[in-house]
Design a protein around this ligand. Structure first.
Ligand code: ATP
Ligand code: MG
Length: 509
């Protein structure tokens, strides 16, 4: 039975139950649930007054803010679709997203005001506040259905051009009540809990925390962007209870000078996900922060988390289990498929497929791509290689597109990276396949040394030989100052690979 509701209903409920509780905190600005709800109505009416209709698209270009959270709830209440562009992308990429979205209006932060856009625009400063205040507060009469799309998010563009993912009210609200009821080990979800929101709004980790907090009546401490020093400050100042960070961000937090003497005792839970986490980093985090940890696995196409490794499994400290992404959430099923799309038995490696009520409605304007990944019976192919064990634990190996085939053996870069990451002189590392006459592809490590470290290729290879099988060890090593990452903190292996493959075709499965 589908007990989900629309997002507009979720906000209205908290406005009725806890009108004066703080819903959003951003710098000096606080927004209570009553205001959150009233502003959503005024924004919805304002969009209609601009001539937009149900199903129309509304573009956003900017960082995280209390204003954009309100804009999201306003578009949702109006039955429209918010399309956030990732501000960190190049101007040309932003223009492509805005253009193909066919949005009727652009909401833009002053910093990006020069962005070209055909159509009306509203600047997200006092001008936005004044615009909202001018709109009618009459109840919105548009009928919004749970199956309506309200958000179009772009994938991170790790393996190719970002794709627009159409997400519905049901996607955003359906899992939470099931999970809260059936999974006692689920992260605290008490109304009023404070959560740090520092991942980019344009990605599922960011927008998902906004809708998640609206579902659960929690307070979001909004950060314009990820800043480890500010997170450390807010954990202490506001007693922030929870945060979600990508592994690269967690590493920056732990390495920050303020982390040394900080008091993390109020932090109850740290969730992480979005890319594989090296075991070493996870253990360091658990030790230093001393709070509950939970891993989330999911993607834009599944509205974020569908697989979960909870605090108990972290506390038990079993290394094998800590290398897992966790088990399917209640209401979610996992299958491992062979190359023909047939299910494989436990223990076999193949493509991870997900069946979940949070699976997307489809890719925007990409019907062929949609048909390729989403089957008629609701299974989504993830493009990730993984293993499901007898107990239901999922072990993500890596992206299928990044798998290296060397001398007929499959090598998953994430495993090699995780082994190398434990080296005391290695600050960061990526592993790629480069063309090789003899092996087809050879494993190459691209390493960022810790400042002052005296480490050469021989040292890297010798370390790997002690940790992993010979065929997985790098045959060559490059040193680099900083690894290319996308705004989600994911290593862009395709960029590192490109110069080595110039003029050749790399076979991908
Ligand atoms: P694109 O689809 O454009 O290449 P992307 O897949 O990186 O980009 P997202 O939807 O933001 O875009 O990311 C989802 C992917 O992130 C997953 O398919 C998986 O590869 C990776 N991922 C997410 N969570 C985890 C996790 N806990 N462990 C390992 N990998 C993860
Ligand atoms: Mg993807």
């Amino acid at each position: 039975q589908d007990k989900s509701r629309t997002l507009g209903e979720a906000v209205a409920q908290w406005a009725a139950d806890t009108p004066d509780a703080v819903a959003l905190r951003h710098g000096d600005v606080t927004v209570d649930w009553r205001t959150y709800d009233e502003n959503a109505t005024q924004i919805a009416n304002g969009l209609a007054a601009l001539g937009l209709k149900k199903g129309d698209r509304v573009a956003y270009l900017g960082k995280n803010s209390a204003r954009v959270c309100q804009l999201l709830m306003g578009t949702a209440r109006a039955g429209m679709v918010l399309v956030p562009a990732i501000w960190r992308l190049a101007a040309a990429e932003v223009s492509t997203i805005l253009g193909e979205s066919e949005s009727g209006v652009l909401f833009v932060e002053p910093l990006f005001e020069s962005q070209a856009f055909e159509g009306p625009r509203i600047v997200m400063d006092e001008r936005f506040d004044e615009w909202v205040a001018r709109q009618s507060a009459a109840p919105v009469t548009t009928e919004v259905d749970r199956g309506d799309v309200f958000l179009q998010l772009y994938t991170s563009g790790t393996t190719g051009v970002p794709k627009g993912v159409m997400l519905t009210h049901r996607n955003a609200t359906v899992l939470r009540p099931i999970v809260e009821q059936e999974l006692p080990g689920w992260f605290s979800s008490q109304p009023g809990d404070t959560l740090i929101h520092a991942m980019p709004f344009g990605h599922i980790a960011g927008a998902g925390s906004v809708t998640g907090a609206a579902n659960a009546g929690q307070q979001l401490i909004v950060h314009s962007e990820f800043d480890p020093g500010l997170i450390i400050r807010d954990i202490q100042q506001y007693g922030a209870k929870q945060a979600f960070l990508a592994p690269a961000a967690l590493a920056m937090l732990l390495d920050h000078p303020d982390a040394k003497d900080a008091d993390f005792s109020k932090l109850e839970g740290m969730a992480y996900g979005a890319s594989p986490i090296p075991l070493d980093l996870l253990q360091r985090g658990v030790e230093r922060l001393g709070c509950d940890f939970a891993q989330m696995y999911g993607m834009t196409e599944t509205y974020g988390t569908v697989v979960y490794l909870g605090p108990e499994d972290h506390r038990a400290g079993c290394e094998r289990v800590m290398r897992s992404a966790g088990k399917a959430l209640p209401g979610v099923e996992i299958r491992i498929l062979d190359e023909d799309g047939e299910p494989l038995p436990p223990g076999a490696i193949g493509e991870v497929a997900i069946h979940s009520p949070t699976n997307m409605a489809g890719y925007w304007k990409k019907p062929e791509e949609t048909a390729r990944v989403l089957s008629a019976d609701g299974w989504m192919r993830t493009g990730d290689a993984g293993i499901l064990d007898e107990d239901g634990y999922l072990f993500i190996q890596d992206r299928i597109k990044d798998m290296i085939i060397s001398g007929g053996e499959n090598v998953y870069p994430a495993e090699v990276e995780s082994a190398l990451y434990g080296h005391p002189d290695i600050a960061d590392v990526a592993v790629i396949g480069v063309p090789d006459e003899r092996w087809g592809e050879a494993v190459k490590a691209v390493v960022v040394r810790r400042p002052g470290a005296d480490l050469d290729a021989g040292g890297v290879i010798a370390w790997a030989r002690e940790k992993i099988a010979g065929f997985k060890c790098p045959k060559s090593v490059d040193f680099i100052d900083v690894l290319p990452r996308n705004p989600s903190g994911k290593i862009l292996r395709r960029e590192l690979r490109a110069p080595h493959w110039e003029g050749r075709d790399r076979q991908v499965n």
